[in-house]
Design a protein around this ligand. Structure first.
Ligand code: COA
Ligand code: AMP
Length: 633
C-alpha cells in the first residue's frame, strides 16, 4: 500500500483539533467535551476539557458488552514459573471488580494514589485497571529498583495503599520483594495504611497483621460476594497515573498521564502506527514498570480490543534464545515490540539464529524497537532472521507514545537504518541550536517539539508544576525540550544521536548518572566522583564510575570500589547495572572547575577526540586512560 502518511500528517497540521476529535470518536465518553483543546489551562493547555470518561470502561467493560467477553484479553506466559494462562475479557472484568471492591473497602476512592510494586503477573494489570475503575491514580514502581528508590516514590506520591508481591523471578533467581517493601516503608516519612501482598509459591512473605493483607484471601471473599463496582466518571483531564522517571538529580520526575488524551492517542496508535486490528495478538516484551509496559502491554492493546501477551521471562536463558520465537508461534503474535538490547542478547547467544528454525513465525507482521538507539547491525540481523519490517521508533516516558516512527497502518515509508523515521501527527519537530535558532538539514542540534504536545503526552509533573516548566519548557520558549540531540536529513527523517543531559540508557532502562554520583559521593572515603555511560555491546551503555579518594583513607581502593558498587545496588537497585568503578588521582576539569564527563566518555569508549581547549591540565587524559586500562573492576 502506498503510504498515506504525508496526507494524514498534513491533515493534522492543518486542523489539529478536528484531527484529534476524529480520533476521539473511538473512545466512549460519559459526557462530551466542552473544548477539544483548552489552551487556557495548564502549562500549555489541556485536551478534551470538560469531558468525563473512564479508562477501565474503555479497556474492558465495553468490550465485554460488545462481543469480546470470551475473547482472550491477557495471555500470561511465564517460562520462569512454568505457567501459561489465558484470561478472557469477562474474567479480567470480574477480577478487576473484585479487586476494586477490596480497594474500596480499604478507603480508596477517586484521586487517591496507589503504588504497585509488582512483578510481571496478571494481578499487576488487574490492580492497574481496578485503580482506573475507581478513578484512583496508580504509580507502578519497577521491581528492579531498591527500597530507597521506592521510598522516594512513596514520599512524593503519598499513596494510601501499596500492592506488592512476595517475590519476582529474574531468570533463575527468586528476588524477594516484600523485604524491599518493608524497608521502603521504614525509610519513608509518608505513612501508608494498607498493603496488599500477592503470595507467590516461589517465596512467601511475612505479613504484618495490622497493615498487610494476603491478595488471594481478600480476593476470594470479594469474588464470592460478586460485588458490582461501577466505573467512576473522571474528568478527561484528571490524572490516570504517575510514572516516575530518572531526572537530572536523584529526585525522580513524576510524569503525570491524563485520562482522556491518553486513551485517544493510544487507541489511534494501535491501528495507524502498529497496523494492528482489534482481536489480534500484540506483544510488548517489556515490563509493566516502564512506560512501554504501561502503554503497550496494558492500555493500548486493551483499549483496542486486542489480546496482550504478558511475558515473565528474559529473551535468553528462559530457557534459551528461542523463547521469543516460541511465544510468537504459540500465541500467533502479530506484532512484537521490544528494546534493541533484547535482540542483541539473542544475537550474542545464537548468532546464526538457529533457534528460529524450530518455530513458525508466519503470524508476525512486524518488529517494533524503541527505548534506546537501534543500531543498524541489530536491525539488519533481525530483518534477515524474521523477514518482516523492523521498525525503530523514538519516544519517552514523558510522551507516552511515539514522537517519531514509521506508521505501519498508514503504509510504511522506506526504512533508513539508524533513523526512527518521521514525526507522528501531533508532533511538530524542530532541530535548534542552544539559542533556539533552527539549524540546517543534516546539522546536529537540540530536538524540540512545538507546543502544545498532543493527547497522551504529559501535562505536568506530579505536584511539581514549576519543575515541569523549568525542566522542559523554559530553555526553548514555546517548545518542549526532549533533551535528546539529533538531526533531520533532507528527506525529513530524524536521527537521534545522544541525550543532552546526564541520562544514560542501560539495556533500554533510563538512568541518571547524577543520581549515581549522589550515591558515590555519600561514601565517607570518596572525595570526588563522576559517573559516565560507556558503550556496551549488549546493553548499549553501562555506567562507569570514577572516584577520587580522600587523603589518608585506611582501606584499599579495591575495598572502597566494592563498597560503592554495593551502595549503588542498595540505594538505586540492581537495574542500575553499576559494576565498573575506577579509582583515579584526579578528575579532568575545565579551568573553571567543571568536570569533563564527555571527555571521559570518549576516553572510555576509545574514540578519537581533541581535548577541549578549556581543559585545566591535558596530562590528565593519559592518567584516566591508564587507570581504565589497569582497572579490573
Ligand atoms: N526485579 C528485580 N531485579 C531486576 C529486575 C526486576 N524486575 N529487572 C532487572 N533486574 C536485575 C537483574 O536481575 C540484574 O541483576 P544482577 O546484577 O544481579 O544480574 C540487574 O537488574 C540488571 O538487569 P538487566 O539490565 O535487565 O540485565 P540482565 O543481564 O538481567 O538482562 C537483558 C539483560 C538484555 C536480557 C534484559 O535487560 C532485557 O531483556 N532487556 C530488554 C527488554 C526491556 O526490558 N526493555 C526495557 C524497556 S522497553
Ligand atoms: P524512556 O523515558 O525510558 O522511554 O527513555 C527515553 C529516552 O530513551 C529518549 O529520550 C532517548 O534518549 C532514548 N530513546 C528511546 N527510544 C529511542 C530510539 N528509538 N532511538 C534512540 N533513542 C531512543
Amino acid at each position: 500500500m502506498a503510504s498515506i502518511y504525508s496526507a494524514v500528517y498534513a491533515a493534522w497540521k492543518q486542523a489539529p483539533q478536528t484531527f484529534w476529535a476524529g480520533a476521539a470518536a473511538d473512545i466512549d465518553w460519559f459526557t462530551p467535551w466542552e473544548s477539544v483543546f483548552d489552551s487556557a489551562h495548564g502549562a500549555y493547555g489541556r485536551w478534551f476539557a470538560g469531558a468525563t470518561t473512564n479508562t477501565c470502561w474503555n479497556a474492558v467493560d465495553r468490550h465485554v458488552l460488545r462481543g469480546r467477553a470470551e475473547q482472550t484479553a491477557i495471555i500470561y506466559d511465564s517460562p520462569v514459573t512454568g505457567t501459561l494462562e489465558h484470561w478472557s475479557y469477562a474474567r479480567l472484568q470480574s477480577e478487576i471488580e473484585a479487586f476494586a471492591a477490596c480497594l474500596l473497602d480499604r478507603g480508596i476512592s477517586k484521586g487517591d494514589r496507589v503504588i504497585l510494586y509488582m512483578p510481571m503477573v496478571p494481578q499487576a494489570i488487574v490492580a492497574m485497571l481496578a485503580c482506573a475503575r475507581l478513578g484512583a491514580i496508580h504509580s507502578v514502581v519497577f521491581g528492579g529498583f531498591a527500597a530507597k528508590e521506592l521510598a522516594t516514590r512513596i514520599n512524593d506520591s503519598t499513596p494510601k495503599l501499596i500492592v506488592s508481591a512476595s517475590c519476582g523471578i529474574e531468570g533463575s533467581k527468586v528476588v524477594a520483594c516484600k523485604p524491599l517493601l518493608d524497608g521502603a516503608l521504614a525509610l519513608a516519612h509518608h505513612k501508608v495504611a494498607h498493603c496488599i501482598v500477592l503470595q507467590r509459591p516461589q517465596a512467601s512473605a511475612t505479613l504484618l497483621a495490622d497493615r498487610d493483607d494476603d491478595y488471594e484471601q481478600i480476593m476470594s471473599k470479594a469474588r464470592l460476594k460478586k460485588r458490582s463496582v461501577p466505573c467512576v466518571a473522571v474528568a478527561a483531564t484528571d490524572p490516570s497515573y504517575i510514572l516516575y522517571t530518572s531526572g537530572t538529580t536523584g529526585q525522580p520526575k513524576g510524569v503525570v498521564r491524563d485520562t482522556g488524551g491518553h486513551m485517544v492517542a493510544l487507541k489511534w496508535s494501535m491501528k495507524a502506527l502498529y497496523g494492528i486490528e482489534p482481536g489480534e495478538v500484540f506483544w510488548a516484551a517489556s515490563d509493566v514498570g516502564w512506560v512501554v509496559g504501561h502503554s503497550y502491554i496494558v492500555y493500548a492493546p486493551l483499549l483496542h480490543g486486542c489480546t496482550t501477551v504478558l511475558f515473565e521471562g528474559k529473551p535468553v536463558g528462559t530457557p534459551d534464545p528461542g523463547t521469543f520465537w516460541r511465544v510468537i508461534d504459540d500465541h500467533q503474535v502479530a506484532a512484537l515490540f521490544t528494546a534493541p538490547t533484547a535482540f542483541r542478547a539473542i544475537k550474542k547467544e545464537d548468532p546464526s539464529g538457529s533457534f528460529r528454525d524450530k518455530y513458525r513465525l508466519s503470524a508476525l507482521r512486524a518488529l517494533f524497537l524503541a527505548g534506546e538507539r537501534a543500531d543498524p547491525d541489530t536491525i539488519r540481523w533481525a530483518e534477515d532472521l524474521l523477514k518482516v519490517p523492523v521498525i525503530d521508533h523514538w519516544w519517552q516516558t514523558e510522551t507516552g507514545w511515539a514522537i517519531v516512527g514509521n506508521p505501519m497502518g498508514l503504509g510504511l515509508l522506506p526504512v533508513k537504518h539508524g533513523s526512527p523515521t518521521v514525526p507522528m501527527p501531533g508532533y511538530a519537530l524542530e532541530i535548534v541550536d542552544d539559542g533556539g535558532a533552527p539549524v540546517a538539514a543534516g546539522q546536529l542540534g537540540n530536538v524540540v517539539v512545538k507546543l502544545p504536545l498532543p493527547p497522551g503526552s504529559f501535562p505536568t509533573l506530579w505536584q511539581a508544576e514549576e519543575r515541569f516548566k523549568s525542566a522542559y519548557l523554559t530553555d526553548f520558549p514555546g517548545y518542549y525540550k526532549t533533551a535528546d540531540a539529533g538531526y533531520v536529513d533532507e528527506d525529513g527523517y530524524l536521527y537521534i544521536m545522544a541525550r543532552t543531559d546526564d541520562i544514560i540508557n542501560v539495556a533500554g532502562h533510563r538512568l541518571s548518572t547524577g543520581g549515581m554520583e549522589e550515591v558515590l559521593s555519600s561514601h565517607p572515603d570518596v572525595a570526588e566522583c563522576a559517573v559516565i555511560g560507556m558503550a556496551d555491546q549488549l546493553k548499549g551503555q553501562v555506567p562507569c564510575g570514577f572516584i577520587v579518594l580522600k587523603s589518608g583513607v585506611s582501606k584499599s581502593s579495591r575495598e572502597i570500589e566494592d563498597e560503592v558498587v554495593a551502595l549503588v545496588r542498595e540505594r538505586i537497585g540492581p537495574v542500575a547495572a553499576f559494576k565498573r568503578v575506577v579509582t583515579v588521582a584526579r578528575l579532568p576539569k575545565t579551568r573553571s572547575g567543571k568536570i569533563l564527563r564527555s571527555t571521559m566518555t570518549k576516553i572510555a569508549d576509545n574514540v578519537p577526540f581533541e581535548p577541549p581547549a578549556t581543559i585545566d591540565d591535558p596530562a590528565i587524559i593519559d592518567e584516566i586512560s591508564a587507570a581504565l586500562n589497569a582497572s579490573t573492576r
